[in-house]
Design a protein around this ligand. Structure first.
Ligand SMILES: [Zn+2]
Length: 77
């Protein structure tokens, strides 16, 4: 079962959700907000780079594929 990470843009709650059958959470478990952003694990890896080429590559690209350009808290895009 794939577990994905999600982030609520409303209350900044970060949570994991077990996705079954392609269903994503419709609302935040904390505040019931619907501004849910799905985080890809690749974003986390990129953001944890301590400088150098990984960070530059991330900044120079169009962003991580799984993140929206403005709402991803983990990758900074
Ligand atoms: Zn929330």
């Amino acid at each position: 079962m794939p577990i994905f990470e999600f982030h609520c843009s409303k209350c900044n709650h970060h949570f994991e959700y077990l996705v079954m059958g392609g269903d994503a959470p419709k609302k935040c478990p904390e505040c019931n907000g619907k501004k849910i952003v799905k985080l890809m694990s690749a974003c986390g890896f990129l953001s944890k780079g301590s400088g150098g080429e990984t960070v530059r590559a991330a900044a120079g690209s169009s962003g991580c594929g799984g993140c929206s350009s403005t709402n991803c808290g983990s990758c900074g895009h």
